[in-house]
Write a protein that binds this ligand. Sequence first.
Ligand code: ES4
Ligand code: ZN
Length: 324
Amino acid sequence: MKLFIENLPKAELHLHIEGSFEPSLMFKIAERNKIEIPFNSIEEIEKAYNFNCLQDFLDIYYQSANVLIKEQDFYDLTYSYLEKCAAQNVRHTEIMFDPQTHTKRGVSFKTVIDGITKACEAAEENIGVTSLLIMSYLRHLSEEDAFKTLKESIPFKNKITAVGLDSSEQGNPPSKFKNVFEASVNEGYIPVAHAGEEGPAAYVWEAIDILGIKRIDHGNNCLQDESLIKEIVKRDMALTICPLSNTSLHVVDDLKNHPLKKMLDLGLKATINSDDPAYFGGQVNRNYIEIQKALNLSKSDLYLLAQNSFKYSLLNEDKKQQYL
Ligand code: ES4
Ligand code: ZN
């Protein structure tokens, strides 16, 4: 099974580039930028990666991003992730980035996007991994702040395919971002959002009905509402499921109780992703391997999940056909 998974061509549809920041690279970049980090060793960092909930994780995730200052830092971060894609037979990836995490600290939007896009272009050329970008708004900040980010993105519009919504879900419903999503769609960005990770099914409804999202990040809690499940199936929307993220953040108590198989049985279009691989104990292939073991998935389940990853990518139809 392990070999079957490793050889399976796949796409990754839910990945935060800041969450791919491995401790070894963090030390290297902190040193060259002469920034103090509150850890003395990789072991100390790994020990700190023990989370009770989403917020616990986010606190450390934003702190780690503080060492990213220069275009080269964003380049190295992104290229190092794309090399891991190539090694895992991940042929295509849709990378989320959080501009506000960096612009809030005085790093310019241009520095962030130039570093990331140059790495994506080089990786496509050198190792054949294709990618596109999803600019994610931080939902714990105001809609006005998201509007500022939208405005900053306009000169780089041709490098960005979609907008997303991430960070602390509870208390920050999709409806808070109604206007900025509408404006983003008017600029040509495809809307997606994290919904139903820690938040209720009602937030998934809002993301669909109010933000008009085309794909649901996580979406686990849609299972609490039968009419919602029906609607998602009817609209043929995919869920980007992240098994090791779910157990790390206690969204699911044990992989053996993960609802993935149930989702497939209900006709929901699930995909397997790593979310924040440097923090949650595994890249995409590890997510496939662990969930296969826990739920005793068959080869045809795995093949379907990998097929879904291409079918529900945001690539235009022509490009998508090359993978299907
Ligand atoms: C995230 Cl797992 C998760 N959920 C919400 N926001 C995020 N940002 C990075 N990882
Ligand atoms: Zn996520």
